[in-house]
Design a protein around this ligand. Structure first.
Ligand code: ADP
Ligand code: MG
Length: 234
């Protein structure tokens, strides 16, 4: 299996323009994004690197349609997200985007297989037979076939994050967003997770955008952007 990413097309899947977002904290306004511009092309594997508090999570939550900006434009696959109502936004999120979180966010009482299946259950377009097939394929893609029936607490941290990756992939997303996916892992497992994401990017042609505050992980990542104080640094 090759780890070489496919040549990214220059078709944009994410285009952000002049994005502004701040949070209200009691009487104070905390700026998080200050007129941020950013673009991701289809097929790319991009790392967003920045210190804690630089705006990484806010940025990914904007792209993932989890939160809304105060002003600016967010285009996902040519669709202006800021103009969509909540229903259309969650449809777009379910159809096009997969999420991987720092803390894995697995459901402890569900098996590996059931965790991966869960987001597919709300997608009426996917038949039961196709759902089973996709779950099996995604679990095999992250090499956890032997652990399908296990519960999350019977797995290591690295294995749990692989379950979360399988869950993100099972929806056949165009774009996978991973917010500090290695922050709770040791260095060996962090490298393994990055390698797995690179391999899936090459094999499945899924676009990956992930954030990290650890620049040392990035030897093998071709496209890195630095975020500082809520803007992309040149
Ligand atoms: P990162 O993910 O890079 O650590 P965040 O996007 O979480 O950065 O945060 C950007 C800025 O916004 C920081 O100053 C942070 O303290 C602030 N912030 C983030 N979320 C909230 C919130 N819910 N309420 C108040 N301030 C927040
Ligand atoms: Mg964060």
């Amino acid at each position: 299996m090759s780890n070489a990413a496919p040549a990214p097309s220059d078709q944009a899947i994410v285009v952000l323009s002049n994005l502004v977002k701040s949070y209200q904290l009691g009487q104070t306004v905390v700026p998080a994004l200050r007129g941020l511009n950013f673009r991701v092309n289809r097929g790319e594997f991009t790392a967003v690197i920045g210190a804690s508090g630089s705006g990484k999570s806010t940025l990914l939550n904007m792209i993932g349609c989890i939160d809304e900006p105060e002003s600016g434009s967010i285009q996902i696959d040519g669709i202006e997200v800021t103009k969509l109502d909540d229903n259309a936004k969650s449809q777009l999120r379910n159809r096009k985007i997969g999420f991987i979180f720092q803390s894995f966010n697995l459901i402890p009482v569900l098996s590996v297989e059931e965790n991966v299946e869960l987001p597919l259950l709300i997608n009426a377009d996917v038949t039961a037979a196709e759902r089973k097939e996709r779950v099996k394929q995604a679990i095999s893609d992250v090499a956890l076939g032997k652990f399908s029936k296990n519960l999350p607490d019977q797995l290591s941290g690295g294995q749990r994050q692989r379950v979360a990756i399988a869950r993100a992939l099972a929806g056949n997303p165009d774009l996978v967003l991973a917010d500090e996916p290695t922050a709770n892992l040791d260095s060996e497992n962090s490298h393994k997770i990055i390698d797995l994401m690179l391999q899936l990017n090459a094999q499945r042609h899924v676009t990956f955008l992930f954030s990290t505050h650890d620049e040392r992980l990035m030897d093998r990542v071709s496209k890195m952007v630095h975020i500082q104080d809520g803007v992309i640094r040149a």
